[in-house]
Design a protein around this ligand. Structure first.
Ligand SMILES: [Zn+2]
Length: 111
């Protein structure tokens, strides 16, 4: 049995005539939606309001950053101080990495 093939009509259709679904675009859109949901959830969990600032990536996507509540710097990671529960970036909380404190020692990354 012969199945229908669009090319049997004679001329080939043009790529430009077809609706295009690009995997990169699709993933980017899905991620953007997902990020929006995640960000909202995170903000509601915190009793302190943490601002988020997006920046454009080279490939026209968005990258989100936390705005440190203390110094207003854009940071990828915020910390909660174990003693006073203050929220801030590594610099503001005056934190250092275990690997720096124990120079040369092999330690697990706990953070
Ligand atoms: Zn800071």
């Amino acid at each position: 049995m012969k199945t229908f093939n669009p090319n049997d009509l004679g001329e080939k259709m043009l790529v430009e005539d077809c609706q295009k679904i690009n995997i990169t675009t699709y993933i980017r859109q899905a991620k953007a939606k997902l990020k929006g949901v995640l960000l909202t959830a995170e903000l509601e969990m915190s009793d302190q309001i943490i601002e988020l600032t997006p920046s454009k990536t080279a490939f026209n996507g968005l990258r989100y950053w936390f705005k440190c509540p203390k110094c207003s710097e854009r940071v990828g990671t915020l910390f909660v101080h174990p003693l006073n529960s203050e929220i801030g970036c590594r610099k503001c909380l005056n934190l250092e990495y275990r690997s720096r404190r124990y120079k040369g020692m092999l330690v697990d990354h706990l953070l």
